[in-house]
Design a protein around this ligand. Structure first.
Ligand code: ACO
Length: 395
């Protein structure tokens, strides 16, 4: 690899790289991806092993601090997070000021930005505490965004419950009766969160690093990352996949005709949940999610025709020259929506679940960047192609 910043400084040349296809913005020790072989490792551990054996909070610790926590470290981390789940009561007024039609991703990003106003002057000097607060409060804010869209009362967190169980209760419980945790659901959600925890320099993580490189605090950086994730070419794809599957079902046009429209690039229509900037063989997360989809739907006793459409669509695309030539395969988002739907989440909550998953990765990168003595403010170059100097009329 070439250190382009040194080269450009020495030669005065500027590298033009739309979409940063070939330009590394940093060195990192957090996540390794081999896109040709379909390998993903967090701090050296294969994603398959972590998804099978670990938990969301254990992986969060691993990403942030670089090694798996001891039993005592994990217990202490878990306990701290349980003690920080409550939101300031005034935030209720913040939620009530937003329209109930607001997209939960916008609510999430705005509320995280608002958190910095409550902790200004204290947390920025205490990054460890800020990370604990964010891990504890993001799921609560997410559940409130969900409840608000339904017009239902917010529940207070129950800190006797595990991270995932607490989150499920806040989303699906109500004031009137106790909420029974379904272990199938709990385990499946924990696994999906692990799969989303980091993915090196993707668009939202790069956003978090870029904002953080200016010296902005962690709340502001994460709030910007949530907005970057919301786009349909990034985290928003999980929502878009389900809309696409429902549209294929409702239109009755059939999978074959839909794929033909994608190949003709009719109205820019894409096969959502397919393709990836880095994976050109397969996305190892998609393999795990596809397997989970069958297990979870069977475990929850849900039969969803959208899962059958998704499988037919995948088969169709994998055998088609257009997709083969361009090395387009299902990415992590292709099957997650079907699982989230079976769990009872509305489509507009899907990307919010992705954001909760990705939070530890964002924070690990923000922290790594701040500890790296080589870090500079992110400031890309441009190639100016506009008008040369012009004279203002009459001057
Ligand atoms: N459906 C149809 N054609 C596609 C798709 C798709 N999903 N993805 C890429 N292509 C085509 C492009 O049109 C292009 O074709 P061309 O050579 O004829 O012009 C070719 O494949 C290369 O695609 P690029 O857009 O150059 O690839 P890039 O690396 O820039 O984009 C991206 C990657 C954004 C993920 C793209 O594949 C896409 O839009 N996929 C659908 C959205 C999606 O699922 N996003 C989630 C990504 S994973 C994540 O964020 C967690």
């Amino acid at each position: 690899s070439l250190d382009v910043s040194t080269l450009t400084r020495q030669t005065g040349l500027t590298a033009l790289d739309y979409g940063f296809v070939n330009t590394a913005s940093t060195q990192s020790e957090i996540t390794y991806i081999d896109g040709n072989q379909g390998i993903l490792r967090y701090r050296g551990y294969p994603i398959e092993q972590l998804a099978e054996n670990s938990t969301y909070l254990e992986v969060a610790w691993l990403l942030i601090y670089g090694s798996l926590p001891s039993a005592d470290e994990l217990a202490e981390f878990d306990e701290k997070i349980r003690r920080h789940t409550l939101l300031h009561e005034d935030l209720k007024r913040f939620f009530s000021a937003l329209p109930h039609t607001a997209h939960p991703m916008s609510v999430l990003s705005s509320a995280v930005s608002a958190l910095s106003t409550y902790y200004e002057g204290t947390d920025p000097d205490d990054v460890e505490l800020t990370m604990v607060r964010l891990l504890a409060k993001l799921p609560v804010i997410a559940a409130y965004a969900h409840k608000k869209s339904l017009g239902q009362a917010f529940l207070y967190p129950d800190n006797s419950l595990s991270f995932v169980d607490n989150f499920l209760r806040l989303n699906f419980g109500n004031m009137a009766e106790p909420y029974d945790i379904d272990p199938t659901l709990s385990k499946a959600l924990d696994r999906l969160l692990i799969l989303h925890e980091d993915h090196e320099q993707n668009a939202s993580t790069s956003t978090v690093r870029l904002v953080g490189s200016t010296g902005a605090n962690l709340y502001s950086s994460i709030s910007a990352g949530i907005q970057a994730l919301s786009g349909p070419l990034h985290g928003g794809a999980n929502e878009a996949v389900l809309q696409m599957l429902a549209q294929i079902r409702d239109s009755g046009e059939g999978v074959g005709k839909f794929v033909e429209r994608v190949k003709r690039k009719e109205d820019g229509v894409k096969l959502m949940g397919f393709g990836h900037r880095v994976y050109k063989n397969y996305d190892p997360r998609a393999k795990i999610v596809k397997q989970s989809a069958d297990e979870v739907l069977a475990g929850l006793g849900v039969a969803d025709p959208l899962l059958d459409i998704a499988k037919e669509l995948e088969q169709f695309a994998l055998e088609d020259e257009y997709f083969k030539e361009r090395r387009l395969y299902p990415n992590v988002d292709f099957y997650t929506g079907v699982i989230y739907k079976a769990m009872g989440f509305p489509t507009r909550m899907f990307t919010v679940l992705f954001a909760i998953g990705r939070l530890p990765g964002w924070m690990a990168h923000w922290r790594e960047m701040n500890l790296d003595p080589q870090t500079k403010i992110g400031r890309p170059q441009q190639l100016y192609v506009g008008e040369a100097e012009r004279r203002y009329p009459g001057v």
